[in-house]
Design a protein around this ligand. Structure first.
Ligand code: ATP
Ligand code: MG
Length: 352
């Protein structure tokens, strides 16, 4: 096991710079997830940690050793990719043991390690099967088995679940989390699925345009996003944002949208200050003393109902536990939990 340190990392492809001085500290045994929009540099950063991509500037250390010039095979890491191509003509046991075989490890050792990995991943009964005789989730577990047998200091995963269907993805999410709890190995995991990030990570690194926007524990990012970007990226469905400014009504500070809606805030900004108002759909409820809103669309999922509505001209999205009988065009009363309102500076996007 080992800690991973990423210091002022820069990556250029020719004249194009795609990573702009990234710093990340990953503790020994920590499960760290890199998230961010497509093209923000997640895979590039992971591949630089793996040694599959040259580093243009800065320093990466694994277990206290600077690895900038260390070959991938000597970094003591194992990587699992999105398309985890297994060898089609080798059975499960041979697929898992192959990396040890080419290293020339003794047969007995390979068998023992494959057996142990198979136990961990519940593949014991499938060792003689060929990849085409396995389900998607089983194949994914074999791919993880190949990484586990190498007993690396660090696991690197690049969107390993994105090819699986929704149900399997949830199951594998739980399995990877259990695997981490059992082995305690440091994991750096890339995804753009923020549910995966929220549920699996000890720590999330939110990236945008080759820079780190914020680092924190999942619930910390959810509760205290540092800016509009992180607030909009973490949480599903996404936070509502309404542009306007701070005003006052009946001696109390309120938010007044550009379109004229008046919404509750708990005093934090200066009167007249241009701001962006943020409220998560799950922090809005139906209540008799709520504000009147016109329903546009209802999406019942069984366990809850998502309401797309409008306060005057301002679209607002709410999630409630109730089943609703209202129809599009009708009015509901939506109550905003003012303690959960986030106020951001309109210019910089920083949270106030
Ligand atoms: N070999 C390359 N040559 C030039 N540019 C590249 C190369 N590989 C990646 N890039 C660019 O680097 C940026 C970061 O790419 P990267 O693959 O790291 O993004 P990502 O965050 O993993 O995105 P995704 O979520 O789509 O996988 C992108 O703008 C991409 O076009
Ligand atoms: Mg990628």
């Amino acid at each position: 096991m080992a800690e991973v340190t990423v210091r002022n990392i820069v990556k250029r492809y020719g004249s194009v710079q795609v990573i702009h001085g990234v710093n990340v500290d990953i503790a020994d045994g920590e499960f760290v997830i890199l998230v961010g929009p497509s093209g923000c540099g997640k895979s590039t950063l992971l591949r630089m940690i793996a040694g599959l991509e040259a580093i243009s500037g800065g320093e990466i250390s694994i277990g206290g050793r600077v690895v900038n010039d260390v070959l991938p095979k000597d970094r003591d890491i194992a990587m699992v990719f999105q398309n985890y191509a297994l060898y089609p003509h080798k059975n499960v046991a041979d697929n898992m043991g192959f990396s040890l075989k080419i290293k020339g490890r003794p047969k007995a050792e390979i068998e023992a390690k494959v057996k142990k990995a198979a136990e961990i991943l519940d593949l014991g009964k499938l060792l003689d099967r060929f990849p085409k005789q396995l389900s998607g989730g089983q194949r994914q577990r074999v791919a993880m088995g190949r990484a586990i047998v190498r007993d690396p200091q660090v696991f690197l995963f690049d969107e390993p679940l994105s090819n699986l269907d929704a149900k399997l993805r949830v199951a594998m999410r739980v399995e990877i989390k259990e695997l981490h709890q059992r082995l305690g190995t440091t994991i750096v995991y890339v995804t753009h699925d923020q549910i995966e990030a929220m549920t699996m990570a000890d720590k999330i690194v939110v990236m945008r345009d080759g820079k780190v926007e914020q680092v924190g524990a999942p619930l910390d990012l959810y509760d205290n996003p540092g800016n509009v970007f992180v607030a909009g990226f973490i949480g599903s469905p996404a936070m509502n944002f309404i542009k306007g400014k701070i005003g006052s009504k009946d001696g109390r500070q309120v938010f007044v949208s550009d379109a004229g809606s008046v919404l509750p805030v708990e005093g934090r900004a200066q009167d007249g200050q241009p701001v962006i108002y943020g409220i998560r759909p799950e922090h809005i409820d139906i209540a008799p003393d709520g504000l009147p809103a016109t329903v546009s669309v209802l999406e019942p999922t069984g366990s809850e109902t998502q309401i797309f509505a409008k306060f005057g001209e301002d679209p607002i999205d709410a999630i409630v536990k109730d089943r609703l009988t209202v129809r599009p065009g009708e009015e509901v009363r939506l109550k905003i939990d003012s303690r959960r309102v986030h106020i951001f500076d309109r210019q910089s996007g920083a949270r106030l």
